[in-house]
Design a binder for this molecule. Structure first.
Ligand code: PLP
Length: 411
């Protein structure tokens, strides 16, 4: 979203204030052109014969977004059977979906097997049980490379203390289980965290996977997970995808050649594809001057966008109603009856009550992590594509809040 001719505009010249007028605030808006831009950027960074991007749909799971990803050529990375089912509903073929759960029971893996999707197993106990029962069903294994990577401790998942993956020191045991059951290990996977800036971390992980891959004769793919950092501030700091793509591609191609293997290189980006495509528009309800601060209280809260309170995420916020004139410093807070802070000390064009504020980077882990806390409705979602806007999920109603409640008649 940029200021053009004195007002904020989305791709195709769409005016966010028109969307707010049409659908009311608060709303999530996704700009398809940005999803495509990010997808193309990633695809063009790699020069390997076989590349597949599996969109990690926990980031944003509206079925229209899934269909759009499919139209771009993506596969799907899922972490629950429900996500698998959503993917199938969106039209992905079972083998275009990989199921990468953590700490689920054997029964959920069996459901995934029955649906025919690719399965990624992340502990030895389940690998062994699955192998005894279904030796003919090929699987991928998730390796923990013991690398500390990611933007902060809550989103680092590939280190030695992490619950994810099978330690790379335990590969001999993986091989023993596979051999004893006559299983086919078709893929090796790692995913070390989110918001990883340093390309060297990826390369380190890649080297570990390459080192292990030569032990697996029937391998078809290597999946390096995701965690690419996107830009949250005007400084534009993000993972240098071009340079990363070049380095990984070179090593990958060398490896395939020296081992005589014809592997597919897989990544499973979530945030990279959708974070910047999403905007969240809210209305300023009150401007409240206290002894130390000017607060702007908006018609939303951590129920709709929990990332700032959950892991200190930074979302750029602008006054969409006013993009010129005097600026002031504000602390933007939500209406939830808890400390509910979106941003502290933000310089914005002077806010009048009822102005519309816009949050950037609201595509990934925003709507999908939203809740009904304080008995509030989840907002509507709108997709902007080719200059047109489409409602892709309706704002909730009181009916939705009580739908699954069972009213007893004993009182
Ligand atoms: C969450 C997740 C991803 C996506 O991570 P991003 O940081 O959003 O790119 C990829 N793979 C797995 C297994 C995940 O759990």
């Amino acid at each position: 979203m940029k200021v053009i001719n004195g007002k904020y505009q989305l791709s195709g010249g769409v005016d966010p204030l028109d969307l707010v007028a049409k659908y009311e605030a608060p709303i999530y808006v996704y700009d398809a052109a940005i999803i495509k831009r990010q997808y193309d950027k990633l695809v063009s960074a790699f020069t390997v014969p076989k590349l597949k991007l599996n969109y990690a749909c926990k980031a944003l799971n509206n079925i229209n977004i899934l269909k759009y990803m499919k139209s771009l050529g993506a596969g799907l990375d899922t972490v629950s059977v429900q996500e698998v089912q959503l993917g199938l509903k969106a039209g992905f073929a079972p083998q275009e979906i990989i199921y990468t759960p953590n700490c689920v029971g054997l029964d959920e893996l069996e459901q995934a097997k029955d649906l025919g999707v690719k399965i990624n197993i992340d502990n030895l106990s389940i690998l062994e049980q699955f192998g005894h029962l279904y030796p003919d069903y090929p699987v991928c294994v998730r390796i923990n490379p013991h690398i500390l990577a990611g933007g902060n401790t809550k989103i680092s998942v590939g280190h030695i203390d992490s619950k994810f993956g099978i330690s790379f020191h335990q590969v001999p045991h993986i091989l023993r289980i596979a051999k004893a059951n006559n299983m086919k290990i078709e893929g090796l996977h790692m995913h070390t965290g989110s918001d990883i800036l340093d390309a060297e971390v990826f390369l380190q992980g890649a080297e570990i996977l390459f080192g292990l891959a030569s032990h697996f004769d029937e391998l078809e793919y290597l999946d390096f997970g995701s965690g690419f950092k996107v830009s949250y501030k005007d400084d534009g700091i993000e993972t240098d995808i071009k340079s990363l793509g070049k380095k990984i591609s070179k090593r990958f191609n060398e490896f395939c050649k020296s081992e005589g293997k014809d592997l597919t290189l897989i990544f499973e980006p979530g945030k990279y594809l959708v974070s910047e495509a999403g905007y969240f528009f809210v209305r300023a309800n009150v401007v409240k001057q206290t002894t130390s601060t000017v607060f702007v209280g908006v018609d939303s809260g951590l129920n709709h966008l929990i990332r700032p309170m959950f892991y200190d995420a930074y979302h750029k916020i602008v006054n969409v109603s006013k993009c010129s004139g005097r600026e002031r410093i504000y602390t933007v807070v939500g209406y939830i009856c808890e400390t509910d802070t979106f941003g502290v000390n933000r310089k914005m064009h002077e806010i009048t009550e009822e102005d519309i504020l816009g949050f950037y980077n609201a595509g990934a882990y925003c709507f999908t992590v939203s809740s009904n806390y304080n008995s509030r409705y989840r907002p509507a979602e709108v997709l902007v594509i080719d200059g047109k806007d489409y409602l892709i999920s309706k704002r909730e109603t009181l009916e939705d809040l009580v739908r699954n409640q069972v009213q007893l008649d004993i009182f």
